[in-house]
Design a protein around this ligand. Sequence first.
Ligand SMILES: [Ca+2]
Length: 98
Amino acid sequence: MRFLLIVALITAGLCFAQPPAYLSYYYQECAGTVIDVGYYGAPCVADWNGDGEKDMVLGIFTGGNIRFYENENTNDSPVFNSYTTLKADGTTIVLPSG
Ligand SMILES: [Ca+2]
């Protein structure tokens, strides 16, 4: 009985599952210039400073720094004009790579 229930759930999932929808990509800019950190950039979007607008925190493989880009516009149309490098106790955070 349990086996039939599992088969029925899988079958229903296959029949009604929708294919994933992907948005097209775009290049994010900062002060009118495309942000290019080389290989293995690791972006994360979150309201970092608590003002209600989603910012971007970007880990950079080369050098191991972490940049903070404050969103100066809305969540639907973010604008980044500068960045700061994250620090801990006044010292720039450097993450080792490799
Ligand atoms: Ca914010």
